[in-house]
Design a protein around this ligand. Structure first.
Ligand code: TYD
Ligand code: MG
Length: 469
């Protein structure tokens, strides 16, 4: 007897199912994320049966040593940085979710893959743009001098999942791109396109296609800043790789971050620059984020930050001025205001700087976001440099955390930070005296960069701003 359709409530953030509406999801703790939908059991759901999802038949226990695999053959996509993030290319039959805010450049990145890789047959399904619009975009993106080609790229303007799967089986491409999962729907499901049920079911159908046919799938998904119209969040469990495209749309730099990867490390990021002809890979981020100033400017300091597994140097700018109106302002772009307030309190209490009556503005250059505490010292130096109106030598950079008692604390991956600074031609780097082991000290002594070890903020001021106090 067919079971009666039962409605349940889904969390749009984590996909948790409850029998009644709740203001707050009991699983993930998010507020106002519960939406009504059909229960898993009352749908002839593939998501309800994980085995059906990946196309497996009845299984028996097998010794690990007896399981045979073909050599890990990766599909190369003509974009070195994306390949690196994926762990060396796309694994056949895998499903990749490319998430990000609208307008960040997801469609551009996905369209550049078939254009840049010769001989890769791609089916690009778009439910957002017409084939004509895609052609216009492709014409802008193609750089003939670099051997880009339209050859092998097929466009399909379709939103019905069964027909997408039918065409994919018929054409059997090397790669299927679906732009975006929110626009795709299945006629078998009685719920509006872009609802969580639709998104989950369509993704499950595409995942089955990927596992059965071996065609890798890139799913594009929109995520808003607060993650509310998420949808893609519920997909994170079923896909193999989650790539997130981030950045400030007002700036040209974008960061591609791997937040889940079943075939590689998640500690990888890649930086791109949005240009008039699409996204350009930035192989040496430090070079664009820290332009060496010819003239000496006050209020500028270069910090060393590690994001993913890569260290790079970043310019931090501060402006300290007497507050014109009663309440002094504190504002930070690309930096946590609470951390800024903490560092200001340390400067006030432990080093005796009267900053409570000053406006303090902080800016991280290039639209980047810093959340590595190793940039504390650079922030403090930028603030002091602006306070004294004394510039810091442009060949100097900083890598240390600042503690609540004004002490300069050691940070992780110091060796990588020092060698990145040396590679970029910096002459000296300020670090904590507790950061270097004897071995490291010996190897670094022979390098071209001078290490300055400062124990606390007082010592920092005495070495760096001799004339300031
Ligand atoms: P798009 O890839 O459409 O973003 P998404 O798919 O994530 O919504 O790109 C959006 C922005 O990128 C758009 O505002 C214009 C800009 N852009 C360029 O600056 N140069 C280019 O060559 C292209 C194609 C887009
Ligand atoms: Mg798009």
């Amino acid at each position: 007897m067919p079971s009666k359709a039962k409605t349940v409530w889904y969390c749009t953030s984590c996909g948790n199912e409850t029998s009644k509406w709740m203001g707050r999801c009991p699983a993930c703790g998010e507020w106002n994320t519960m939406k009504e939908g059909l229960s898993r059991n009352s749908r002839s759901s593939s998501a309800a049966n994980p085995r059906a999802l990946v196309g497996l038949s009845e299984s028996r226990p097998v010794p690990l040593k007896d399981i045979s695999v073909e050599r890990d053959s990766r599909i190369l996509i003509g974009n070195k940085e994306v390949e690196r993030i994926l762990g060396g290319g796309i694994v056949p039959g895998s499903m990749i979710l490319l998430g990000g805010e609208p307008g960040i450049g997801k469609s551009t990145l996905a369209l550049q893959i078939p254009l840049r890789s010769k001989g890769l047959r791609t089916l690009y399904v778009s439910g957002e743009e017409s084939p004509r619009q895609i052609k216009l975009r492709a014409m802008r993106l193609i750089r003939e001098e670099e051997g880009d080609t339209e050859e092998g790229c097929t466009i399909l303007g379709e939103t019905q999942v069964d027909s997408i799967i039918r065409y994919a089986r018929e054409l059997n491409p090397d790669l299927l791109v679906v732009d975006s999962i929110q626009t795709i729907y299945s006629e078998n499901i009685d719920s509006a396109a872009s609802s969580v049920t639709q998104i989950r079911e369509c993704a499950a159908a595409l995942l089955r296609l990927a596992k059965e046919s071996g065609i890798p799938v890139i799913l594009i998904g929109h995520i808003t800043k607060d993650g509310s119209i998420a949808g893609p969040k519920v997909l994170e469990h079923i896909v193999d790789v989650v790539l997130q495209f981030e950045g400030d749309t007002r700036h040209s730099h974008r960061i591609l971050r791997s937040i889940k990867n079943r075939f590689g490390s998640t500690a990888e990021i890649a930086i791109f620059e949005m240009t008039g002809t699409g996204l350009r890979e930035v192989e040496n981020p430090s070079e664009i984020l820290t332009p060496m100033h010819q003239e000496n400017l006050s209020g500028v300091a270069v910090g060393s930050m590690v994001d993913g597994s890569r260290p790079f140097l970043i310019e931090i700018q501060a402006l300290v001025s007497t507050a014109a109106y009663g309440m002094p302002q504190r504002s930070a772009t690309g930096y946590d205001v609470r951390r800024l307030n903490m560092l200001l309190a340390v400067l006030e209490k432990r080093a005796g700087f009267k900053l409570s009556a000053k406006d303090v503005f902080l800016n991280v250059a290039g639209g980047m976001r810093v959340n590595d505490t190793a940039c504390d010292l650079a922030v403090v130096v930028a603030i002091l440099s602006s306070t004294f109106d004394l510039p810091v030598n442009p060949g100097t950079c900083f890598a240390a955390e600042v503690g609540l008692s004004g002490e300069i604390r050691p940070v992780g991956r110091i060796e990588a930070r020092i060698s990145e600074a040396a590679r970029l031609g910096y002459k000296e780097i300020y670090i904590s005296p507790y950061n270097l082991s004897e071995d490291l000290r010996r190897t670094i002594r022979s390098s071209s960069i001078r290490i300055v070890e400062v124990p606390d903020i007082g010592a920092l001021c005495r070495t760096l701003f001799k004339g300031g106090q």
